[in-house]
Ligand binder design. Structure first.
Ligand SMILES: NC(=O)c1ccc[n+]([C@@H]2O[C@H](COP(=O)([O-])OP(=O)(O)OC[C@H]3O[C@@H](n4cnc5c(N)ncnc54)[C@H](OP(=O)(O)O)[C@@H]3O)[C@@H](O)[C@H]2O)c1
Length: 274
């Protein structure tokens, strides 16, 4: 029997996950949504044929409560939900960036199982990359349920130490922006060199997409794939030599370390503040 899922928030991420679950044949009658926005209510009803309640009146035993509201309102929203838990044992799955399980447990005022997820924006098109951390009381069947939810919108992997979600934030959380920057620069330079904007953008996007698919399908590591397309004395070699002489590896290393450090700082500050 599929668990009943209650999504608190039906905005970008909530609706992407609901859409992903329905596309994977999750039973419609096993999904409920709470969202006060009239616009979201009619969108979810039109897109998925689901009724949306403006507020949460009940949390059932065994239910999976997906916390999909913005981090800045998570505290009041979760404190309100805490009043609906007495003897029930729901599983909370939070996708909010930077909200720790320590904060959630404190706001819920109960030792309920919690899965904290660090997703990324490509989840919105079903190609997300998420890592998940489970608190000690999460059972194996609940882990599988959380995996099925995030697996509906892309890759979902576990980390066994919550602090590693700061590494994940630096890698896949912020990662799409690094690739967007690379794509932005490639497109702009191609235009500078005479190509039209539209064709430059299409070729850039198709190249990024194709490179990612090739890396995914191949048995070779990205470094080997790079070597395979780099002929001695050729154009790729010239470009890579210039990138290396500008210390691209050092720059990317510093960028990810900076993002990692910032993510840890924000988590520590949040645990101290709330
Ligand atoms: N977007 C992404 O790609 C992305 C990536 C990584 C992580 N996340 C995380 O995902 C979470 C959701 O982000 P999002 O982009 O989906 O936000 P969003 O589009 O703003 O959706 C949140 C929804 O929650 C609704 N809401 C407000 N108060 C509520 C309440 N008391 N009960 C139920 N719903 C309520 C909001 O309604 P109103 O608009 O009327 O307030 C809104 O429709 C965030 O915590 C974010 O950190 C998002």
């Amino acid at each position: 029997m599929e668990n009943h899922i209650l999504s608190i928030g039906g905005g970008n991420m909530g609706s992407a996950i609901i859409g992903g679950l329905l596309a994977k044949d999750y039973r419609r009658d096993r999904i409920a949504v709470v969202d006060p926005s009239a616009q979201v209510q009619s969108k979810i009803s039109d897109d998925f044929g689901l009724n949306v309640q403006p507020s949460c009146r009940e949390i059932r035993d065994g239910e999976i409560v997906l916390l999909a509201v913005k981090p800045q309102i998570m505290q009041p929203v979760v404190k309100e939900l805490a009043r609906l838990i007495s003897t029930q044992r729901p599983l909370f799955v939070s996708i909010a960036a930077g909200i720790t399980t320590t904060q959630l447990r404190r706001w819920l005022n109960a030792d309920v199982p919690i899965v904290r997820v660090m997703p990324n924006t490509p989840s919105l098109v079903g190609h997300g990359a998420a890592a998940m951390f489970a608190t000690a009381s999460v059972r194996d069947d609940e882990r599988r349920s959380a995996e099925a939810i995030m697996g509906a919108v892309g890759l979902a992997e576990w980390v066994e130490d919550e602090a590693l979600l700061d590494v994940v934030t630096a890698l896949s959380g912020s990662g799409p922006a690094y690739f967007f920057l690379f794509m932005e620069i490639m497109e702009d330079v191609a235009v500078e060199l005479g190509l039209g904007r539209s064709i430059a953008r299409k070729l850039t996007i198709a190249t990024a997409h194709g490179a990612a698919l090739l890396a995914q399908d191949s048995t070779f590591a990205p470094s080997e794939l790079r070597e395979q397309v780099t002929s001695p004395g050729g154009t790729t070699e010239r470009a890579l030599d210039i990138l290396n002489s500008g210390n691209i590896r050092g720059l990317i290393r510093e960028a990810l370390k900076g993002a990692h450090c910032r993510s840890s700082e924000l988590a520590i500050a949040a645990d101290a503040d709330s």
